[in-house]
Design a protein around this ligand. Structure first.
Ligand SMILES: Nc1ncnc2c1ncn2[C@@H]1O[C@H](COP(=O)(O)OP(=O)(O)OP(=O)(O)O)[C@@H](O)[C@H]1O
Ligand SMILES: [Mg+2]
Length: 254
């Protein structure tokens, strides 16, 4: 298995790190049956990939063997954005390049799943299947038994499998993928996603038979007088997690 370096995973501000830590612990409380976790949102740009990537990294750092699968096959930019490079990509140990094989290759070819999975450098229990080639209509790939086989294989080999997917209201991929997962975390962007939009996404997940594990309120503007604001300045995004009991934060219970 090849090793991949993720250069831009970055250090998080203290409060964001803490929120991610709480999210990791809450996911751990969901029980051993919850292994395949889709991270989704209603609309683009709410922070799905950010949350999925950070949660995955934290989980692995805490010793939980985890796999991240980039299932945004239409417009994934993760490999470039996070600066993912593989050393010895073409057989020369000093040569680094973008990974050559990822999710769309894996789903459209036979062969070992491990050919498209990379060990993450510097994080012993982290493994990733990046997406290297975007495609126009991935629905057919998610319908094929090869995708179900991949998830079955991954859930036997890893403690957690995190799936980063496109937004629910644009394409059907999220619902299709969710129907094969143990649950979903819905990322909601503070001040942008309305209650009705979030409720609609919750309905879509229910229809797909994918339990809503919880909601992450992300990219919330910091309260300027707050302790963390004073201590760390106005960092860009805060994340807050609402577990199962508060999943109707956007609905009638609020
Ligand atoms: N909590 C956060 N703190 C700091 N930056 C964040 C946070 N959440 C998201 N971002 C940034 O916001 C931008 C959008 O996030 P991201 O790409 O994760 O969204 P997305 O929902 O995956 O988008 P898309 O629907 O296009 O896949 C990125 O530049 C990301 O780094
Ligand atoms: Mg994304």
């Amino acid at each position: 298995m090849q090793e991949i370096e993720i250069k831009n995973l970055g250090e998080l501000p203290y409060a964001v790190e803490e929120a991610m830590n709480r999210l990791r612990i809450n996911v751990g409380f969901m029980g051993s049956d919850v292994k395949k976790i889709m991270v989704t949102s209603t609309t683009p740009n709410e922070g799905k990939s950010f949350i999925a990537m950070q949660l995955f990294a934290q989980m692995a750092r805490s010793g939980m063997k985890s796999l991240f699968i980039d299932c945004d096959l239409r417009k994934s930019i993760l490999s470039d954005k996070y600066g993912m490079t593989v050393t010895g990509a073409d057989g020369y140990s000093a040569f680094t390049a973008r990974p050559q094989r990822g999710t769309s290759y894996c789903l459209s070819h036979d062969g070992e799943f491990d050919d498209c999975i990379y060990r993450v450098k510097g994080i012993p229990d982290a493994y990733i299947m990046p997406n290297t080639d975007n495609i126009v209509n991935p629905s057919m790939l998610f319908e094929k038994s090869r995708f179900s086989d991949l998830l079955r294989y991954a859930s036997l080999k890893y403690k957690y499998v995190f799936l980063d997917v496109p937004p629910l209201d644009l394409v059907a991929d999220g619902e299709q993928i969710g129907s094969k997962c143990d649950g979903a975390i819905l990322v909601v962007r503070g001040g942008i996603t309305s209650r009705n939009m979030a409720k609609h996404s919750a309905m879509q997940l229910e229809r797909a038979g994918c339990p809503l594990l919880g909601i992450v309120l992300n990219r919330v503007e910091g309260a300027k007088g707050g302790y963390y604001y004073k201590k760390y300045g106005g960092y860009y995004g805060k994340s807050k997690y609402y577990g199962k009991d508060k999943q109707y934060y956007y609905g009638k219970n609020k």
